[in-house]
Design a binder for this molecule. Structure first.
Ligand code: ZN
Ligand code: ZN
Length: 359
């Protein structure tokens, strides 16, 4: 088996830093490095020449299947005794750990007792994760396709009289029956005046005639998250909500069409923000234009007014402008994009129509 790209990255890092090994402990990076999906129940030790997966009897078969290129160490993942033994056996004197993911108690009660000198690896994994391989991009696309199809099947349940929670449950049911492992985050459904709360998770509010309904949701599928938002209407929206919808749609399209190679996160953010400000709604767009997506639903790649990060090929990020007017309601439209071979943004979300929908 060809060495995994991330394992080569880790080994190069160890070489450069003069470390002997690295313990991978967050479920995201355990999965990223080994494909193991017993989320939270395995640790990895990667050295310059060997790599181990430590997990218990519930997962032996699974670990051999998913992570067969790792040596299986049969032990509860967090056994201090076992890892101490392994660290000693492999002569690991300088040991890296995930300082961005390890809790203080884990550091004190586990890592500090392993008998090695510890070094935080910082954003080693995040820097690698934000640049996706074509295969990883295809997996995010598959998660997006599944979620988009689930939303279309949910449309017929959007009507006056249903609760936000009821609608969220239907949408999640449609995603699960289509094969999603789970929603990639708590489904946001904010209707009517609740729409002015950008992250209003579904409540017991009943959707009423005339409400805008903002639906922000995603599927976790193939180890990747999707993330998309649509705002639809139940009954005729007010003239102002109609206008806000068109402004948000124009802001999103302007950013998508206006991307140029070499742009930073802040440049793309500005394209959308200027449209919204131009219509006088600048103060009602309080969040960033977008963020990276991958194993985590928020995975690096800030597309925000202050972001100096240059957008690069392989990145997948959201473009999600919104306008939220307290006491009136809100509109957000969100899709995922990546940078195509032609240097333009390419849609990762192949979404249902973006024209204003009235149910
Ligand atoms: Zn979202
Ligand atoms: Zn998002």
């Amino acid at each position: 088996m060809e060495e995994r790209r991330v394992v080569s990255t880790v080994r190069k890092f160890l070489e450069e830093k003069g470390y002997d090994g690295l313990i991978v402990s967050s479920w995201q990076n355990v999965y990223y490095c080994s494909s193991f999906t017993g989320y939270g129940d395995a640790l990895l030790l990667i050295t310059k020449t060997k790599k181990f997966i430590v997990t218990d009897s519930r997962y032996y078969v699974q670990a051999e299947k998913q992570s067969g290129d790792f040596e299986l160490v049969k032990s509860p993942a967090w056994s201090l005794e076992k890892m101490t033994e392994l660290v000693k056996q492999e002569n690991v004197k300088k040991l890296g750990y995930e300082d961005l993911a390890v809790l203080h108690t884990m550091y004190v009660n586990y890592f500090e007792k392993l008998g090695a000198e510890l070094f935080g690896v910082g954003d080693l994994f995040l820097k690698s994760r934000v640049i996706k391989t074509p295969e990883e991009i295809a997996r995010v696309e598959a998660a997006c396709d599944l979620a988009s199809a689930a939303l279309e099947r949910t449309f017929k349940y959007i009507k006056a009289g249903v609760t936000e929670i009821g609608l969220a449950a239907r949408l999640e049911y449609e995603m699960r029956t289509a094969g999603a492992d789970k929603p990639s985050f708590d489904t946001i459904i904010a209707s009517g005046v609740r729409g002015s709360m950008p992250h209003g998770t579904a409540s017991d509010k009943v959707i009423e005639e005339g409400d805008g309904v903002t639906i922000d949701f995603g599927a976790f599928y193939g180890g990747m998250c999707s993330d998309m938002t649509r705002t639809v209407f139940v009954g005729e929206p007010s003239a102002e909500m109609r206008k806000i919808y068109e402004v948000v749609k124009e802001a999103q399209q302007t950013a998508i069409d206006g991307y140029k190679p070499g742009m930073k996160g802040k440049d793309l953010d500005k394209l959308a923000r200027d449209v919204i400000a131009g219509y006088g709604y600048g103060e009602y767009f309080g969040h960033s234009l977008g963020h990276g997506v991958g194993i985590d639903v928020h995975e690096g790649v800030p597309v925000s007014p202050g972001s100096e990060l240059v957008l690069e090929k392989g990145m997948i990020f959201s473009v999600e402008p919104g306008i939220y007017v307290p006491g009136l309601g809100g509109v957000r439209i969100e899709d995922l994009v990546t940078i195509g071979d032609n240097g333009k943004l390419r849609m990762v979300t192949k979404a249902p129509v973006k024209d204003l929908l009235i149910f």
